[in-house]
Each structure stands twice: as structure tokens, then as C-alpha cells.
Design a protein. Structure first.
Length: 310
């Protein structure tokens, strides 16, 4: 894992990016900025994943960014569904009190009697009592609702509070190939729990200037968790989301992130599409709602990248 830097020292992420605008490159500029960097980038070859003859132990990956609305939940659902298409057993963990991951899979969180909160805070509740099957074969869900917000306060007085989620997940790690944790948009105790339980971190990053501002702080948090709580934690990759290569702003942000993270940035880019809001209403992944769409193809490519990096 590349050693993160402090917010003041992250190169390429502290320079103002022009406001979003359509490309207006002049002939005098040589048209260099009109080239879409996401398309021009040399991609590593994708290899079709081999089928498995057994499952487990799971690799635990957190999708984390303290800024909301960057595609964490969408990426958790669709990456999980794509991994399941490739024959992997996947557990999705909704670790956000808003319960967006659960809603995105057709679950109504407010109707649930048992959620991730009960698993964390009640010793007599086992994980098998909380798990739900999803509409995707091979993919299960650990749901959440607003009750989880109380856990952040209650965990403060617990012994080894940062390891609570890791202890809760331990009994089922042998049954899955991947556990994907959808973190809340903050760097509080719940997110620290997710990072402590994880082998890797995927950072979904919207290609927009304000998304860049918190990256250094997030990397600093990951570095501290790695040093103090979880030495095995590493950066799995940075995922560019909501990308629009038609704008100077989107291309400039993409270039700055690529300059900073290099090979740690996934080749796959998730573009803007109306299909993603449709899947939330439908309560299913884009891989089944619109299986031939660009979004579905992109998440299958991301799954291949994730498998190749594991």
C-alpha cells in the first residue's frame, strides 16, 4: 500500500480545478485537453476469472469515502453482483445507518427486527439470524437501519471497540469469497471498525473537485488504521465514478487523481447514466436490471480487476 500523505502534502490534489464546462479547446492549444484521459489510458489486459472448486476464506473489502454521493452504495451492490456472476460467494454488509444498501436491494430497513446493530451490540444475536438472501444467486446481505447510528455512541465504552465488526463477521468468513462493506460517509468509529475488519479498501471517487478535498484525510485515516490496528490493510484501488469525459472539469480531475495514485487507480471508469437511479427503484443490481448496459459492463470489468488484484 502506498504510504498516504498528510492533507497538506498530497501532490496534485491541492490545486483548484476549473469549474465544470463543456470542452472549448482552441486550435492554438493543440487540442490536447480535448483527449479523454480515461479512454486514452493504456489498460491492463482483463482475464476471465477461473471457476472455484471451493469457497472461502473471504477477502474483506471496505468501500469508503467520507464524502456522500460518490457511488459507494451503487458500487458495493454492483461489484458484489458482478463477483457473484463470476461464481464467487459474496456477502454485502450495510454499515451505514441510512440503510441505502438494503434499500437498493429491495429491503425495507424500517421493517426489520434484526440488523447489523443487533449483531454488534447484543451478544446473544448471531450473524446467521441477521443475514438475508438477495435476488442475486450467491449474494447475501447483512442489513442496516437507523438503529446503527446508536452503535457509534454505545461502542465508545466497549473494550477493543474497533474490532467489534471483525469479531461479528469471523464466524462466516469461511463461507464467502468476498465480503464488501458499504461504509457511511464519515470517518467515525463505524468506519474505523470497517477498516479494522478489512483486508483492502476501495475508494469510489466522483470526478468532481470537491471529492478531491477529502482524499488526503481519508488516506491519512487508512494509514493510521494500518499502523495501529490492522497491519494487513492495503489500498485495493481508487475507482473513478460519475465520470463525464466531455467536460474539462471531469478530465482535469481524472488526470489529477491518476497522477497521484497511478497504478493504484482502477482502469475501469464508471460513467454517468440514468440506469443507476432506475436500479435503486427496481431494488436490484444493474447487472440484472440492464445486463447489456455500459454500467453493467463496467462493473463486470471492475470485478475482473478486483479478482486480479487479490
Amino acid at each position: 500500500m502506498t504510504s498516504p500523505s498528510t492533507p497538506e502534502s498530497l501532490p496534485g490534489l491541492d490545486v483548484d480545478v476549473p469549474a465544470e464546462q463543456e470542452s472549448t479547446d482552441s486550435p492554438e492549444s493543440g487540442g490536447t485537453r480535448s483527449v479523454d484521459p480515461a479512454k486514452a489510458r493504456v489498460r491492463r489486459p482483463l482475464v476471465e476469472p477461473r471457476p472455484l472448486d471451493r469457497h472461502g476464506p473471504a477477502r474483506v473489502v471496505s468501500l469508503c469515502n467520507q464524502k456522500g454521493g460518490v457511488g459507494k452504495t451503487t458500487s458495493t451492490i454492483n461489484l458484489g453482483a458482478a463477483l457473484a456472476e463470476f461464481g464467487r460467494r459474496v456477502l454485502l454488509v450495510d454499515f451505514d445507518p441510512q440503510g441505502a444498501l438494503s434499500v437498493g436491494l429491495g429491503v425495507q430497513p424500517h421493517t426489520l427486527e434484526l440488523t447489523s446493530y443487533n449483531l454488534l451490540m447484543e451478544r446473544d444475536v448471531g450473524i446467521d439470524e441477521v443475514l438475508l438472501k438477495t435476488g442475486v444467486a450467491g449474494m447475501d446481505l447483512l442489513p442496516s437501519n437507523i438503529d446503527l447510528s446508536a452503535a457509534e455512541v454505545q461502542l465508545v465504552n466497549e473494550v477493543a471497540r474497533e474490532q467489534t465488526l471483525a469479531r461479528a463477521l469471523a464466524p462466516v468468513l469461511g463461507e464467502y469469497d468476498y465480503v464488501l462493506i458499504d461504509c457511511q460517509p464519515s470517518l467515525g468509529l463505524l468506519t474505523i471498525n470497517a477498516l479494522t475488519a478489512s483486508d483492502g479498501v476501495v475508494i469510489p471517487l466522483e470526478c468532481e473537485f470537491f471529492s478531491l478535498r477529502g482524499v488526503a484525510l481519508l488516506m491519512d485515516t487508512i494509514d493510521k488504521v494500518q499502523q495501529r490496528l490492522n497491519p494487513k490493510l492495503r489500498l485495493e484501488g481508487v475507482l473513478a465514478t460519475m465520470y463525464d469525459g466531455r467536460t474539462l472539469h471531469g478530465r482535469d480531475v481524472y488526470n489529477r487523481v491518476l497522477e497521484r495514485f497511478g497504478d493504484d487507480m482502477f482502469d475501469t471508469v464508471i460513467g454517468r447514466t440514468v440506469r443507476f437511479p432506475e436500479t435503486t427503484v427496481a431494488g436490484e443490481p444493474i447487472t440484472s436490471w440492464a445486463p447489456t448496459s455500459n454500467g453493467a459492463i463496467a462493473y463486470r470489468e471492475l470485478a475482473m480487476e478486483v479478482l486480479a488484484r487479490s
